[in-house]
Write a new protein. Structure first.
Ligand code: GLY
Length: 270
């Protein structure tokens, strides 16, 4: 929040008006903060996203979710504010450190699990080209966001793995990055759903194998109790309920509402 306010201070100092715009050049945090600052400055001015990480290119730069963290959790203060343009140069992603690149791969696997097995397989067996991957992920996201911009229904599918991911990030003091936490969150959710017969057998193994092939963390060091307690502040909670994303099989997910006090039991596999 302090960073967002300091951006607005800078805009006042430089007398930006409503005909000016901000440009977010960076990864997801830069895009989220700049997007949020532009949504509150003079009650909202335009902004452009230029994502420099794979994760921000395929997810956070598109769709208009902006926000900042606070002591209660991740991205809890924010606004829906669409960028007027997103400019993406795929060559940039060849220059990323390996773990930043694989964080994006985890988010790309998410799109595969929610609605495209072919995409999932091509990422898992490393046969996808980067432009094709970005194009397909954004095609999926655009289709979903066009139908449900404000996250009341179908857009929640894009949150597959995210409830546990936000807990994992917070419990690790943000040492585990968002993308890697999403990878692990998807795996834990798939294991839990498989053990409850809500998902086809083998889904968790497919996710696990894909994570292992990119050397992404596939073991949780947190208890189900801590993960569930930390999820109490999840944005997706509505009253005493929370909507989880269930992977029925690779290529299809569905929404499943439970009571928040059932979460610990739900995510306990076996
Ligand atoms: N990152 C999930 C969404 O934009 O809805």
């Amino acid at each position: 929040m302090e960073t967002a306010l300091s951006i607005t201070e800078c805009c006042f100092e430089n007398q930006l008006t409503r005909s000016d715009l901000m440009i977010a050049l960076g990864g997801g945090i830069v895009g989220d903060i700049c997007g949020f600052a532009s949504s509150i400055y003079l009650r909202g001015i335009d902004f452009i996203q230029i994502p420099t990480t794979l994760l921000s290119a395929i997810d956070s730069s598109v769709g208009g979710k902006t926000g900042v963290n606070c002591s209660y959790g991740k991205n809890l203060i924010g606004a829906f504010h669409q960028p007027v343009k997103v400019i993406c140069d795929p060559d940039t992603f060849n220059t990323l450190p390996c773990d930043i690149y694989t964080a994006g791969i985890c988010e790309a696997l998410k799109y595969g699990v929610i609605c495209d097995k072919k995409l999932f397989d091509s990422i898992a067996n490393k046969s996808c080209d980067i432009e094709g991957l970005i194009h397909r992920c954004l095609e999926i996201k655009a289709k979903i966001v066009e139908k449900d911009e404000f996250d009341h229904g179908e857009r929640q599918l894009l949150n597959f793995g995210h409830t546990l991911a936000h807990s994992i990030e917070a419990l690790s003091n943000f040492e585990i990055s968002h993308g890697h936490a999403v990878g692990l969150g998807m795996l834990l959710m798939a294991r839990a759903c498989e053990s409850k017969g809500l998902c086809e057998k083998g889904v968790s193994t497919s996710i696990n194998d894909a994570l292992v092939s990119y050397s992404v963390i596939n073991e949780s060091r947190f208890t189900e109790k801590d993960l569930a307690l930390t999820a109490l502040n999840d944005k997706k909670r509505k009253g005493d309920s929370i909507t989880l994303v269930i992977p029925e099989y690779i290529g299809k997910c569905s929404l499943h509402k439970i009571k928040i006090n059932e979460l610990e039991n739900f995510i306990t596999a076996g």
